[in-house]
Design a protein around this ligand. Structure first.
Ligand SMILES: [Zn+2]
Length: 217
């Protein structure tokens, strides 16, 4: 059976991407990266749930905490608090290139891997490493740099869908929203204030669906 590596955080985008890969007949290899994000405990808990839910054949949780140690991101720096103005705090310098590099390296070690899937959504991009230009550039890099299994390609199946359309896609694939975690914080309840929380809430409202997340405020 052909395999696909899914970069997965346990949010709606990456779990929907996993559902799409599964529907295409791929055996799933999950890759979760600890880059020092504040919500890593929630991400690990939720991605483990989804590894079982989607019957993933492998689930690697790898350490890249050095990325967070470099600082300058609200995702990783405990001293930087989210507000409703500075949405670009969610950007982590060069994160997705690092994560996809790990996925490419894994793909080189396993000739069954045909695809790498990432859950990048449509623009406008706060994080340029979610854009189609970036995905294209990483594919070009893979072509040049890979020595083995070099037919592997990277796909971002949600790259032309905004969040409301991703939610509709997630519903189609029966993604259990109650097990997804979107918030950048590690608290028991999602904050409701950070950019990902607000984007999620607004998107559920737009499509007239109740968000199962129990927000702090
Ligand atoms: Zn939040």
């Amino acid at each position: 059976m052909k395999k696909a590596i899914i970069t997965i955080s346990g949010g709606i985008d990456s779990t929907t991407t996993a559902a799409i890969a599964k529907s295409k007949g791929y055996g799933l290899y999950f890759l979760t990266v600890n880059y020092g994000q504040k919500n890593i405990e929630r991400e690990i808990e939720n991605t483990k749930y989804f590894a079982e839910y989607f019957n993933a054949e492998k689930h690697k949780i790898i350490d890249m905490t050095w990325l967070g140690e470099l600082g300058k991101s609200g995702m990783t720096d405990e001293n930087i608090k989210f507000d409703t103005i500075h949405d670009d705090l969610i950007y982590v310098p060069f994160r997705n290139a690092c994560i996809l590099s790990a996925a490419i390296a894994w793909a080189e070690t396993d000739s069954d891997v045909e695809k790498i899937f990432i859950g990048s959504e449509a623009g406008p991009w706060i994080c340029p490493d979610n854009s189609p230009e970036f995905i294209k550039a990483m594919n070009q890099l893979a072509r040049v740099a890979m020595k083995t299994n070099s037919n592997v390609t990277i796909e971002a199946p949600l790259n032309d869908l905004d969040k409301p359309r991703i939610l509709k896609t997630a519903i189609k694939y029966k993604v259990p929203f109650e097990h997804t975690w979107t918030c950048v914080s590690n608290s028991k309840k999602p904050c409701g204030i950070c950019q990902p929380c607000r984007n999620r809430r607004e998107s559920f409202e737009k499509i007239g669906l109740k968000d199962p997340a129990d927000y702090e405020s």
